[in-house]
Design a protein around this ligand. Structure first.
Ligand SMILES: *Cc1c(COP(=O)(O)O)cnc(C)c1O
Length: 463
């Protein structure tokens, strides 16, 4: 007999979750001015109905519809239903995937990683783990790359620290999180040697990289490349970069948070060839795989070096498994079972099921780009190559203020949510489509919102 409170909770969840899902397409996508009651701490246990009311009346209506089909800000995936269902179980099961020996949870995480490696046509010697996101994964890349650099110089960084490490980092368009993690990892945000990009996009100029690598006196080198960059969705030339890295004994990290999904729809496209030559790769689960927050994935061909940098040594934590424990491969000791939604998503949808929503999003982004390109009041600032559309209003003198005013109008409307960005120094508006449930009717609504914003902008600026 279950404890009575579970019965009430399950019943309440059943009713309210259904209502939430039904209302989702109608609710305002963003809540631009949330209001919460004060944070007074109750002294005693409250009755269940008032706790239900607190959540249903004060919290849930104040959330965004970021899981829905028209939230196109940043790069945001909405949870697919199978992953959401798996995640409810993750909470209920409450496993700690720190070490094996008491359940199959670690094996499920290993299988999830193995299936992702297969999904993206990567060699089977890539091992890894789930992280909280691409940022944590990029941090692991910095940690393992600096350990590799230390090994080249006879320093065990995990034990001795960074003292005396001689290292140079090369990158053209690193994601903001990569810059942050170079700081967290003790290398320093200002230590990046910026490689030139090719004209008109964000792809690394390999000739410039070759010159810089050849000219560097650093005893160890790390190259950080992108698949794809978050604004221009540019892919670096990984095959050529990998060759240069091999020549210079440099570590190659590829930040492929969402770009790697291109492999599912265009397996032979030249742009992502050579990713498999990387020493480490960052992926995001909560973006295009559409599993709930938070979930990233870190992969490396050098698990031993990763373990060397993250090993936890405590006698009470010993486990007899041949595989290293996850707590000795990542940042945390105690870890959420975030592999389960990944595992069940892969098992349920399979390669083709996932490729279906990737392809749909790419086609939808192309359609949106065409609409913008043909619109008298907007300018497409860069051809759409994947799932990101970059544009700005063209009314009167185009200024950065106008772009922001237009974005505010779009987001205030409530039917669509976009975010801002910079392209070649100019303020722009950015739409990134990465939700499994976006449909034709959402494209029609988005076009209406953009039409409305343009005519409101005309009214406000062209008096
Ligand atoms: C989103 C993103 C990140 C950061 O990912 P989080 O999951 O938000 O930590 C890193 N790199 C790229 C290319 C991204 O698109």
């Amino acid at each position: 007999m279950t404890h009575a409170i579970w019965e009430s909770l399950l019943q309440n969840f059943n009713e309210n979750a259904k209502r939430y899902l039904e209302d989702m397409p109608k609710r305002a996508i963003a809540n631009l001015s949330p209001t919460l009651p004060s944070a007074n701490l109750p002294q005693g246990v409250q009755n269940l109905d008032s706790t239900f009311a607190l959540l249903q009346n004060q919290v849930i209506p104040q959330m965004s519809a970021s899981a829905g089909p028209r939230y196109w800000g940043f790069v945001t995936g909405g949870t697919n239903p199978i992953a959401a269902y798996a995640d409810w179980w993750v909470t209920l099961l409450d496993q700690n995937v720190a070490k094996g020996g008491d359940s199959a949870a670690s094996d499920i995480e290993r299988q999830a990683i193995e299936m992702l490696v297969e999904l993206f046509h990567l060699p089977a010697n890539f091992k890894g783990l789930c992280t909280t996101g691409a940022t944590a994964s990029n941090l692991l890349a910095v940690i393992v790359a600096r350990q590799f650099a230390g090994n080249q110089q006879g320093i065990d960084i995990a034990k001795e620290g960074l003292v005396a490490l001689d290292i140079e980092v090369f990158s053209a368009c690193p994601h903001a999180s990569m810059i942050k993690t170079l700081g967290l990892g003790g290398i320093g945000q200002n230590q990046i040697s910026y490689v030139k990009t090719l004209p008109e996009n964000e792809q690394m100029d390999c000739d410039d990289l070759a010159i810089r690598l050849a000219g560097s006196n650093a005893r160890s080198k790390i190259v950080i490349s992108s698949a794809a960059t978050v604004t221009g969705t540019s892919f670096d030339d990984f095959t050529r970069i990998a060759r240069l890295c091999a020549q210079h004994n440099a570590w190659l990290h590829v930040d492929a948070a969402f770009g790697i999904f291109k492999r599912l729809i265009a397996p032979n496209a030249p742009c992502h060839q050579g990713i498999e030559l990387a020493d480490s790769i960052t992926l995001d689960g909560h973006k295009w795989l559409n599993v709930p927050y938070d979930c990233g994935v870190f992969l490396t061909r050098h698990q031993t070096i990763l373990q060397q940098s993250c090993h936890v040594d405590a006698p009470y934590l010993k486990n007899n498994s041949l595989e290293p424990d996850f707590m000795s491969l990542g940042i945390e000791n105690s870890r959420r079972f975030r592999a389960l939604p990944v595992w069940l998503t892969l098992k349920h949808y399979g390669r083709h099921g996932i490729a279906e929503w990737i392809l749909r999003n790419v086609q939808q982004a192309k359609q949106l780009a065409q609409f913008i390109d043909g619109h008298p009041d907007y300018e497409l600032v860069h051809p759409c190559q994947l799932n990101v559309v970059l544009f700005r209003p063209t009314l009167a003198e185009t200024s950065d203020d106008l772009s922001q005013a237009c974005l505010d109008m779009i987001n205030k409307d409530g039917r669509l949510f976009l975010s801002s960005g910079k392209w070649q120094g100019k303020s722009i508006i950015r739409a990134a489509l990465s939700n499994w449930q976006t449909q034709d009717e959402d494209m029609t609504i988005a076009e209406q919102v953009l039409d409305d914003a343009a005519s409101n902008l005309r009214k406000a600026y062209l008096v």
